[in-house]
Write a protein that binds this ligand. Structure first.
Ligand code: GMT
Length: 375
């Protein structure tokens, strides 16, 4: 098939899922066209089946807010006409679903059919999309999509609760490329980070409020008091400086490394003993799945779709959002016994295998066939 993919090209989960999906589809012989405002970060290798169409937003003095959605729509129309796209798959509803709707309407005037699939990722529904400033357009565009998928059952339920959706939403969970995400021997690096054999805890995110990175620090402080440990923080974002202040207040700076945005996160995860994800809301928790694939058990909140990934008492533990004490107790329980830690590590990897991209990719292919056959 000729498949157009629209996503945010940044480190965020939706962009990562969209890019990895496109790469895997290209690997199976589909022609994949990424249509984004910048080259997606995970689009890092050449494939004869992948092309990249950059959305340029023309500047004009009048525009205080350059109309990105208009530029995206025009690029979609151009790509669909010229490359005869069989399907357009947009990731993250805002503003991609409404741009796709408009492109489809424009193309239909020329007798060109462009079926649109919208994948809902999380904050487009749970945080931003339901804001009255966006809700009417988001509801309309989701309902007008030819196919809708959500990355977890929890996100599907949230969507049905918050929007008047008249169509079936198919749950297709996120996935992991196990050829990339698996534990790699990195003992030399481990000795550098934890020279005294300390346990290594890790958190990766975009450091937005919703990730509750301050809870990560508070959990770590409680763990560190009982078991010598180090904390690696991967990523960057708006909360970064307040997190550094908290580390100083709690006198834990010496045990924490801020690593910033990292391309090869799997290499760092391979050193780690425990992943912490205390998010306020999380539709799926791709970062937790990446950790699990590298044999890292997960201490998390029980919000949104996280329980569909992290199995309480098996691959890690779930606590109520903000219950730092319970998260620390669970962390100490896992780390406090080496046999137990080994078991949780192995369980985490076994669970991650259920989300192998090789299992999930055919679900998308079948969905595309169903949707493109309908129009
Ligand atoms: O978590 C973020 O802020 C990024 C966001 C995105 O859309 O890029 O992530 C969402 O999509 C991911 C991929 O489907 C999910 O794994 C994350 O759970 C989800 N984030 C939230 O729901 C907060």
């Amino acid at each position: 098939m000729n498949i157009g993919i629209v996503c945010y090209p940044t480190f965020g989960g939706s962009g990562v899922v969209a890019t990895e999906l496109g790469k895997a589809l290209a690997g199976k012989g589909h022609k994949v066209h990424f249509i984004t405002y910048r080259q997606p970060v995970r689009l890092d290798s050449f494939s004869e089946n992948i092309s990249y169409h950059e959305v340029k937003v023309p500047e004009y003095d009048l525009f205080e807010y350059p109309p990105y959605e208009t530029a995206l729509t025009s690029t979609l129309v151009d790509a669909a006409r010229f490359h005869r796209l069989d399907i357009l798959h947009v990731h993250y509803a805002i503003p991609h679903a409404s741009a796709a709707y408009l492109a489809r309407q424009i193309l239909s005037q020329d007798g060109i059919k462009l079926p649109v699939v919208t994948t809902l990722h999380g904050t487009d529904i749970t945080l931003v999309g339901k804001d009255p400033g966006y809700e009417p357009v988001v509801s309309f565009a989701i309902n007008e999509s030819d196919g809708i998928t959500a990355v977890s059952k929890s996100l599907k339920d949230d969507t049905m609760q918050n929007f008047r959706i008249r169509k079936e939403i198919e749950v297709i969970p996120n996935f992991i490329d196990l050829s990339r995400f698996s534990r790699q021997p990195r003992d030399h690096f481990k000795k550098f980070i934890a020279p005294g054999g300390e346990k290594i805890l890790v958190h990766t995110s975009n450091f937005r409020k919703v990730k509750r990175v301050d809870d990560v620090i508070r959990v770590f402080e409680l763990v560190q008091k009982k078991i010598p440990s180090k904390l690696l923080l991967i990523g960057d974002g708006p909360e970064r400086s307040s997190i550094e202040r908290l580390c100083r207040e709690l006198s834990v700076c010496d045990h924490i490394s801020f690593l910033g945005k990292q391309e090869s996160v799997e290499e760092i995860l391979s050193l780690c003993d425990l992943f912490i994800m205390p998010s306020e809301t999380e539709s799926f928790g791709l970062a937790a799945l990446e950790a699990m694939a590298c044999q890292v058990p997960v201490i998390s909140s029980d919000s949104g779709g996280i329980p569909e990934v992290n199995i309480n008492g098996v691959t890690g533990f779930l606590s109520k959002v903000g219950d730092v004490k319970s998260m620390a107790e669970n962390a100490l329980y896992i780390l406090g016994d080496s046999k137990r830690l080994t078991l949780f590590k192995s369980n985490a990897m076994t669970r991650a295998k259920e989300f192998d991209i090789l299992k999930i990719l055919p679900l998308y292919e079948r969905f595309y066939e169903k949707i493109s056959g309908k129009r």
